[in-house]
Design a protein around this ligand. Structure first.
Ligand SMILES: Cc1cc2nc3c(=O)[nH]c(=O)nc-3n(C[C@H](O)[C@H](O)[C@H](O)COP(=O)(O)O)c2cc1C
Length: 612
């Protein structure tokens, strides 16, 4: 290899990363011929492989990263990006994670890494350059966070890096305008270490590298770890914030307009935001809002017969996470159609499928079929309940589906964590539906969860006011799951007499039954529940078969249709006390949000008052 030229190529010319050793410097050359070295999964894989080898190779002291043919890297391939827009959000995130893995590797690399920039470093190409320890740039080169011009947001850690390295106004200028920032301007601010004459960046980087290769290499490794340490957690967290933001942006109408215009080399005409767009900005950030990509840390749990596409689409549009209840559909194809109907209504807003595995609701192979159907339909999230989803996690993992498993006791939450679900929701004794046989209260569950769980956890059962959401967050929870409070939403397809009965009821008007068959249920106190309790009191050894004529879900379905609420187990929890009227779901959610924000402020104010 000659100094100033491209590294000697051991590999064929189309290798996405060319590797050559000069002295003790490994030169990695990004190489996508004719396309300004745009990034690709193959490039990430090759970089990962080469960095892995270099890490333990004693003959490599320093790494220099450059681009082939006089240009560092133009970032993501727009064609690939527009194809990616069609993928479910979770798969978009996986692609972004491929870049993030390389960035993390570079940041944590135990030997010095220098980026040698000729031409330009744009988009994720700039992120890659910023991930190096030092930057040498040709004086006519530039850096550009061009994402915004295509309706996208930066990934690869650029926002984290720039907000630390640059005055805030300049970081904002780069990220918001997306224009070319001359290397000279960044050099004046210390972001670029050295300016080289045009065409001379590699030579200068190699000189720096040779100096370090002759130096105290063990000390360099120690220093790199020390320099990285204070910043590490913050940088990782920023990558985790960028990932869902970029994944969402990729599927947006703005990105469609922006990428299209970019490809055709014309000025994009971005759509004017509609009222649903602000719904995407998180009101608070928790593991749940990040995981689901929703505005609020609220899950609308599955509702047998009631959580259909209309309700779940309303949830998505209101900025919360909703789940179409699979068990409501006798035929798989009907569920498939419902998922598609929902997607048509929400576009790329997130939603999921509830898979209840209570033996009588969905049986045996049918459950597997539902998981497979969810995977085929590109569903990103499932809410499981009733029993362990362990047998089906291979399907969800392969499809990139995140699993929120609902349990009625902390004991089961710990078990669910051990089998690898992504998050748990723990419903307490107050909840509508199945509060579990142990009937532990929600406040107790919330108080104990943080010390027993490391995965994100949500609390359900009796949540009907925003202040309760704030309380769960204050206790370390990632969010809440709600059923009862939403039953009076306009989008719930049920008879007005049923909704009126819920409005009339108070927190004292529920009853608990089926304890004797260890399938405890909390429901609206009505004739059926009174009869059920009487039978159970008189015959503690009664079997489920004897109770079925009373408790069959079909009777509840009829009640929703006819408004005759005297018959059927009509699941409802103690948050009935918080219900005063019917309203669009968005309105109920808005009220919850206001209550949550007010409570969080109140709590913050208590601290401020004490500190004053
Ligand atoms: C009418 C109704 C039907 C429900 N159906 C289901 C269901 O099919 N699957 C499920 O996992 N949870 C179901 N649930 C439980 C809810 O998803 C949620 O966990 C619970 O309602 C939270 O407690 P809350 O009612 O106090 O808000 C149901 C709850 C209600 C009120």
């Amino acid at each position: 290899m000659t100094k100033g030229g491209t590294a000697t190529m051991a590999e064929p010319a189309h290798d996405p990363v060319l590797a050559g050793i000069l002295g003790q410097t490994l030169v990695l050359t990004l190489n996508t011929p004719g396309k300004r070295n745009v990034l690709s999964p193959e490039m990430y894989r090759r970089l990962t492989e080469l960095l892995g080898q270099a890490r333990t190779n004693p003959d490599v002291a320093v790494i220099v990263v450059q681009g082939a043919d006089g240009f560092f890297c133009a970032g993501g391939d727009l064609r690939a990006l527009s194809e990616r827009a069609a993928l479910p959000v979770s798969q978009r995130e996986e692609r972004i994670e491929e870049l993030h893995r390389v960035v993390r590797l570079l940041r944590a690399f135990p030997k010095p890494v220098i980026a040698a920039i000729e031409g330009g470093a744009a988009g994720a190409g700039a992120s890659l350059a910023f991930a190096a320890d030092m930057i040498v740039a040709a004086e006519d080169s530039y850096f550009a966070l061009s994402y915004v011009k295509a309706g996208l947001v930066p990934d690869g850690g650029a926002t984290g890096f720039l907000s630390r390295a640059l005055p805030p106004q300049l970081a904002a200028e780069m990220a918001l305008l997306g224009e070319r920032m001359p290397a000279g301007r960044l050099a004046a601010l210390g972001v670029v270490n050295r300016l080289a004459p045009a065409g001379g960046a590699l030579d200068m980087a190699l000189d720096m590298a040779a100096g370090m290769a002759r130096g105290a290499r063990q000390a360099q490794t120690e220093i790199l770890a020390l320099l990285d340490a204070p910043d590490r957690a913050g940088f990782d967290a920023q990558l985790d914030r960028e990932k869902p933001a970029m994944a969402r942006a990729l599927g947006s109408a703005e990105a469609a307009a922006g990428i299209g215009a970019f490809k055709e080399k014309r000025v994009p005409a971005f759509p004017v935001p509609t009222s649903s767009d602000p719904q995407r900005r998180a009101a608070v950030e928790t593991d749940a809002t990040r995981m689901f990509g929703v505005r609020l840390p609220i899950v609308a749990g599955g509702l047998m017969w009631l959580a259909d596409a209309d309700y779940v689409a309303a949830a998505a549009k209101a900025g919360i996470m909703g789940f179409i209840t699979a068990a409501s559909f006798a035929e798989p194809e009907a569920l498939r159609a419902e998922i598609r109907r929902c997607r048509d209504m929400v576009g790329d807003l997130p939603f999921g499928v509830n898979i209840s595995m209570l033996p009588k609701l969905v049986e045996g192979d049918r459950i597997r079929q539902v998981f497979e159907l969810a995977a085929e339909e590109g569903v990103s999230f499932v809410e499981t309940s009733g029993r362990s989803p362990e047998d089906y996690l291979a399907i969800t993992r392969a499809a990139g589906i995140k699993v929120l498993h609902k349990v009625s006791s902390l004991r089961h939450a710990v078990k669910a964590q051990s089998i690898g679900v992504d998050a748990v929701s723990i419903v307490g004794a107050e909840c509508g539906g199945h509060p579990g046989v142990e009937m532990i209260g929600s406040m107790v569950n919330a108080g104990l969860a943080a010390s027993r769980l490391t995965i994100p956890w949500l609390i359900g059962g009796g949540i009907g006011a925003g202040a309760q959401v704030a309380a769960v967050l204050a206790m370390g929870g990632a969010g809440v799951v709600i059923g009862t409070r939403f039953l009076v939403a306009d989008e719930i397809r049920a008879h007005s007499a049923y909704k009126q009965a819920l409005i009339d009821a108070t927190e004292r008007d529920t009853a608990v039954g089926m304890h004797t068959v260890r399938n405890t249920v909390r429901a609206l106190a009505n004739d059926t529940m009174r009869e059920l309790r009487q039978i159970e009191a008189e015959r503690p050894d009664v079997g489920i078969q004897d109770l079925l004529p009373l408790v069959s879900g079909k009777i509840a379905r009829r009640a929703y249709e006819t408004g005759d609420i005297s018959r059927g187990v009509l699941s409802a929890g103690q948050s009935l006390g918080a219900i005063t009227e019917t309203a669009p779901l968005a309105e109920i959610v808005r009220e919850l949000e206001e209550g949550m924000v007010a409570a969080l402020r109140r709590a913050g104010g208590l601290l401020a008052a004490a500190a004053a």
